[in-house]
Design a protein around this ligand. Structure first.
Ligand SMILES: [Fe+2]
Length: 369
């Protein structure tokens, strides 16, 4: 047992006993199976398309004021760019038709038909903080683009590549799929339990500041029964700036995360935020970048997969609790690069019905050093 898990074991029982948020819903309205796509709005479609091509997505279709982009997986589009004021607009989930129908009935909606390019049906619902989600079934798919065979690796005591060389393509690293999105929320218990009760999501791990009944963050996976699924598809956090925190796309290896970082660095027009490192909760190798509008996107590889049987974990939240190795959390990632903007946001939130109280702001400050 390493130092990280020893600390977790000792504190877990206390956090669990104190927590007033459920781990999963005993009777959810429906169950989703994963993220299908994210939709961003950008004033300049060409410039945004260039960022996401450099990030590792391919254009599948341009239609009017929309650009559809895919990764290697069979999703028709992992990302849609729409012309409009800069915003992270909405997320699309996959669901089976029966699950979509249960949701439609609950929200008194009739599923709408997607356009012929996308196929399938969907409804739009909103989270307690008003963030729109599209729940889809029957979306068209595309042939999967096969993963490149891994080069044989010359370990120190096991040489697998003899009389052969490695030569990498110097190009954007094609992502595999959209993996997860993280949001900052106002009311922690209400939001976490909404995702559990509405979409059947299971808490993989909670993180707590000391003596708190509510977690400072929750990592939620889809309930796919015995089929292992990503450690988190949605994560929710109590942090000052509300709304979209980051969205992550999967690549195949640590070297691909590094090569993607190198490619973006050499474009000299995007802002690196944090990485490379390895997360603790989810275990991913990570690297974070901001696009031209300041939205944060992550490349990750080698994340954990859990089936529905794995129980919820309880962990402390502090500056070192997000990564096992790698550079310290950057000011940019922690949201500290624009202190006056942060102060204005915090003051506004202190006067609203919100879990971000002055006491918790102090605790967050202390936890983040
Ligand atoms: Fe992430």
């Amino acid at each position: 047992m390493n130092a990280i898990s020893e600390i977790t074991d000792i504190q877990q029982a206390a956090f669990k006993a104190n927590c007033n948020v459920q781990e999963r819903s005993p009777n959810p309205i429906s169950k989703v199976t994963g993220l299908a796509y994210a939709v961003v709005q950008r004033p300049d479609l060409d410039s945004a398309t260039k960022f996401f091509e450099d990030f590792g997505l391919l254009v599948t279709q341009k239609s009017g004021d929309k650009v559809y982009m895919r990764g290697r997986s069979n999703s028709h589009h992992a990302l849609v760019i729409e012309r409009g004021s800069a915003a992270f607009a909405r997320l699309g989930f996959y669901a089976e038709e029966a699950e979509l129908n249960k949701l439609a009935k609950h929200f008194k909606q009739t599923p709408k038909t997607q356009d012929s390019v996308l196929g399938g049906k969907f409804i739009t619902i909103t989270t307690p903080d008003g963030f729109p989600l599209e729940i889809n079934c029957g979306l068209n798919s595309l042939p999967t683009i096969n993963r490149k065979e891994s080069d044989p690796w010359n370990y120190s005591d096991s040489k697998e590549r003899i009389n052969d060389c490695i030569r990498k393509d110097i190009a954007p690293v094609l992502v595999h799929k959209l993996g997860h999105s993280v949001y900052s929320i106002t009311n922690v218990k209400e939001s976490i339990e909404w995702f559990q009760n509405t979409l059947g999501m299971i808490t993989s791990d909670f993180q707590f500041m000391n003596d708190e009944e509510i977690p400072s963050s929750a990592f939620l996976r889809c309930d796919c029964g015995d089929t292992p699924t990503d450690h988190h598809t949605i994560a929710l956090a109590l942090s000052p700036e509300l709304g979209h925190v980051h969205t992550a796309f999967e690549v195949d290896s640590m070297e691909e995360v590094a090569m993607a970082k190198d490619w973006l660095e050499k474009r000299k027009q995007y802002k690196h935020s944090w990485g490379m490192g390895r997360h603790i909760l989810g275990s991913q190798i990570f690297d974070y970048w901001r696009d031209q509008e300041g939205d944060l996107f992550e490349h990750y590889a080698d994340g954990d997969l859990f089936d529905a049987k794995v129980p919820t974990g309880y962990h402390p939240f502090h500056k070192q609790s997000l990564h096992q190795w790698g550079p310290d959390i950057s000011n940019d990632f922690a949201g500290l690069n624009h202190p006056w903007k942060l102060i204005k946001i915090v003051i506004k939130r202190l006067f609203s019905k919100d879990d971000l109280t002055m006491k918790r702001i102090k605790k967050l400050g202390k936890a983040m050093g």
